[in-house]
Design a protein around this ligand. Structure first.
Ligand SMILES: [Zn+2]
Length: 174
């Protein structure tokens, strides 16, 4: 399963069964009914800054935050954090930037929170180590559950979208 590598085989069997029974979409909709209104780069900047202000005040300031349509699940990159270092007035300053895959505009509110928390934690820890996940859980105690369910959501998106068929190729009904 493309988005669920690293999870125990028993868990993957349950997911496969849920997909086969056509129940994954309902399962997710029941657990995560709330959409969100964070639809613009400006709104995403404010949303991210609020979480940072509450939990990660000591982390370096954010220069830029935005959605990026080029980030896609095909590259397995849902979010990106970059630091561009520049010498400014004799001091080395890093400009921190966070980009979030545009698909999160249509994701449940909790999944947007998960990816933002993930990228914020990278302001302090570049690797996915214990300290990194501690930071994630500090900002969002349900972090691990949300990450797993976000992966389920991605798997469901892939199952749900049928391959695009051109109008001329549509099977005739009569
Ligand atoms: Zn990461």
């Amino acid at each position: 399963m493309r988005f669920l590598g690293g999870y125990p085989p028993g868990v993957l069997d349950q997911v496969r069964a849920l997909i086969a029974a056509g129940g994954l979409g309902d399962h997710l909709a029941r657990r995560y009914p709330a959409p969100h209104t964070v639809q613009t780069d400006r709104a995403l900047y404010d949303y991210t800054s609020d979480i940072k202000q509450e939990y990660l005040r000591s982390a370096p300031p954010l220069h830029k935050v935005g959605y990026d349509a080029r980030l896609d699940t095909a590259q397995h990159a849902l979010g990106l954090h970059t630091a561009i270092s520049r010498v400014q007035g004799g001091k080395l300053k890093a400009k921190k930037e966070i980009r979030v895959a545009s698909l999160f505009k249509e994701a449940p509110a909790d999944f947007l929170r998960m990816i933002v928390v993930h990228e914020l934690a990278h302001l302090k820890e570049s690797d996915h180590n214990k300290a990194f996940y501690r930071l994630c859980e500090h900002m969002e105690p349900r972090y691990h559950q949300l990450e797993f369910d976000t992966r389920l959501f991605l798997a469901w998106r892939e199952v749900r979208s049928p391959p695009i068929v051109a109008a001329t190729e549509r099977p005739s009904i009569i």
